[in-house]
Design a binder for this molecule. Structure first.
Ligand code: PA5
Length: 425
C-alpha cells in the first residue's frame, strides 16, 4: 500500500481538522454501492475479473504483436489512452531493444501531430489497437479511419489482421465494425467509466505490448484493493481524501500533483482526468494541476512559493531509485561543485525535495506526500488503486456523483452542429 504523509498539511488545519467520519461514510457508500453512480464502480473488482477472463488473451495478443511488429499505434482519447500512456512512460520510458515502439494517436485533431506520427512510423511493420468505449468519439474515429487506410495500403487483404479493438461488449459503431470485419475485440466493461479503465484491456494491452508485466500489475492490484478495504483512519485513501477535502474547505481550491521523476508526467495527466472529471461538477471541485520537479521549480516555482495562496501540493515519492550515479570529484573544482562530489544524485534529489517542501509550507502551501516503494509494476498498481479509491471517497465526501461527466457533452454538441453532422442540433 502507498503511505500518505500529511504532516506537512497539519499546520493548515482549521477547527476539528479532516473529517474521517465522513470519509468512513463515503467509503461505506462506495462499498455498499448505495451512492450516485454506483453502476460505474466495477473498476474495484476489475483486477480479479480480468485475471479470470481476458488476461490470458491480452498477454497472447501482446506476444503476437511483439513478435511480428516494430510498432503499435494506440488510438484513443481521455480515459481510453491516458492510463496506458502513463504506465508506459512511468515503467518503460525508453523502449527496450526488443520492444515495439508504442505511438499514441486519436488523442486530438492536430494534423501536424498525426503527420509526425506517420513520419516516425515510416515503413515499420505495425499493428493498431483502437480503443473507444462508445465507439463514436470523433478524434479516435477520424484517426482510425486514417490508419485503416494506411493498413489497407500496406497489407492489402491482410489489413484486418493488424487491428485489435477495445470497446463495449455489445453496442456502438466500433463494435459493429469489428464484428463485420472480424477484428479481435477486448471489452470495456459496462460498469467501468473511461477514466477508471486502466486496469482493463484499455490499459493492459498497450502496456503488455510495451513490455510491462501485466500479470504482476494485476496480482498487485488485487492485493492493493483488498488492503485498501481497511475501514480506519489508517487507510491512506481516507487520509488523502479527508485531508484534501478539508483543505478545500479552507480555501485551498487548487491541488498541484508533483513528482521528481520526469517519467511520471503522463501519470499526472491520468490523475488530472481522474480527479477533474470526477469532482469538477455542480459548481464545486478542487482544480487538479501538475508539475514536474525539479524542472518546474525553475518556471512555476515562483508562483507556487508566492502567488495566490489557494494551492495545496501533493508529491508522489518513489522510495527507491532504479539507478544510482555519484557526482564526480574534480581536483580543480572550477565549477565549485565538490561539496556534492561523491554523493549520489538520488541523495541530492532527496535533499532538494526536503528543501522544497519546507519552503512551500513556509510560503503557505500545505504539503502531502504519497510514498510508493518502487517505480515498478507493483508501485504502479499501488498508485492506481489508491488514487481511484481515494477519488471515489473524496467525490462522495464532497457530495457529487464521482462517476459521471455530463459536462464533457457541451462542446461535442456544438462541434457536431458546426461540423454539420447529420441530426446534430
Ligand atoms: O473518462 C471518460 O469517460 C472520457 O475520458 C472518455 O474515456 C473519452 O471521452 C473517450 O471516450 P470513448 O472511450 O467512448 O471514445
Amino acid at each position: 500500500m502507498v503511505k500518505v504523509d500529511y504532516s506537512g498539511a497539519e499546520s493548515f488545519f482549521r477547527g476539528s481538522g479532516p473529517d474521517f467520519a465522513l470519509a468512513a461514510q463515503a467509503h461505506r457508500t462506495f462499498a455498499d454501492k448505495s451512492g450516485a453512480g454506483a453502476d460505474f464502480t466495477g473498476w474495484a473488482e476489475l483486477p480479479r475479473r480480468i485475471r479470470d477472463t481476458e488476461l490470458d488473451a491480452i498477454v497472447r495478443t501482446a506476444e503476437l504483436i511483439r513478435s511480428r511488429s516494430k510498432a503499435l499505434v494506440v488510438i484513443g482519447i481521455g480515459g481510453s489512452y491516458l492510463g496506458a500512456r502513463g504506465a508506459i512512460e512511468l515503467l518503460r520510458p525508453l523502449p527496450g531493444k526488443d520492444d515495439p515502439k508504442v505511438f499514441f494517436a486519436g488523442n486530438g485533431l492536430s494534423p501536424d501531430y498525426l503527420c509526425d506520427v506517420l513520419e516516425q512510423l515510416g515503413d515499420m511493420d505495425f499493428d493498431v489497437n483502437v480503443i473507444s468505449k462508445s465507439g463514436t468519439t470523433l478524434e479516435p474515429a477520424v484517426s482510425f479511419r486514417i490508419f485503416r487506410e494506411l493498413l489497407a495500403k500496406k497489407y492489402g487483404d491482410k489489413a484486418d489482421e493488424h487491428i485489435f479493438a477495445t470497446t463495449d461488449a455489445r453496442r456502438g459503431a466500433l463494435k459493429s465494425l469489428a464484428d463485420q470485419r472480424g477484428w479481435p475485440c477486448f471489452v470495456v466493461p459496462d460498469d467501468v467509466g473511461g477514466r477508471f479503465s486502466v486496469l482493463s484491456a484499455v490499459g493492459l494491452l498497450p502496456m503488455a505490448v510495451a513490455g510491462i508485466d501485466v500479470r504482476r500489475v494485476i496480482d498487485a492490484a488485487i492485493a492493493e484493493f483488498e488492503a485498501l478495504d481497511l475501514r480506519s483512519p489508517e487507510n491512506p485513501a481516507w487520509q488523502y481524501a479527508a485531508v484534501r477535502q478539508h483543505l478545500y474547505g479552507t480555501g485551498k481550491t487548487v491541488e498541484i500533483l508533483g513528482c521528481y521523476e520526469p517519467s511520471f508526467r503522463f501519470m499526472a495527466e491520468w490523475w488530472k482526468q481522474l480527479y477533474g472529471e470526477s469532482e469538477g461538477k455542480d459548481g464545486i471541485g478542487i482544480f487538479p494541476a501538475s508539475v514536474e520537479f525539479t524542472a518546474d521549480l525553475h518556471s512555476m516555482g515562483q508562483y507556487i512559493q508566492a502567488g495566490p495562496r489557494d494551492l495545496m501540493e501533493t508529491i508522489v515519492r518513489f522510495n527507491k531509485c532504479r539507478s544510482s550515479y555519484a557526482v564526480p570529484f574534480e581536483a580543480a573544482d572550477a565549477d565549485g561543485l565538490n561539496y556534492v562530489a561523491g554523493r549520489d544524485l538520488a541523495e541530492v534529489c532527496r535533499v532538494a525535495a526536503d528543501a522544497v517542501k519546507a519552503a512551500h509550507i513556509e510560503g503557505g502551501v500545505p504539503n502531502l506526500v504519497v510514498e510508493v516503494e518502487e517505480r515498478n509494476e507493483e508501485g504502479f498498481a499501488a498508485l492506481v488503486c489508491f488514487f481511484e479509491l481515494a477519488c471515489a471517497i473524496s467525490g462522495y465526501m464532497s457530495g457529487v456523483n464521482p462517476f459521471d461527466q455530463p459536462g464533457v457533452e457541451a462542446y461535442k454538441k456544438n462541434m457536431f452542429r458546426m461540423l454539420g453532422k447529420p441530426g446534430a442540433k
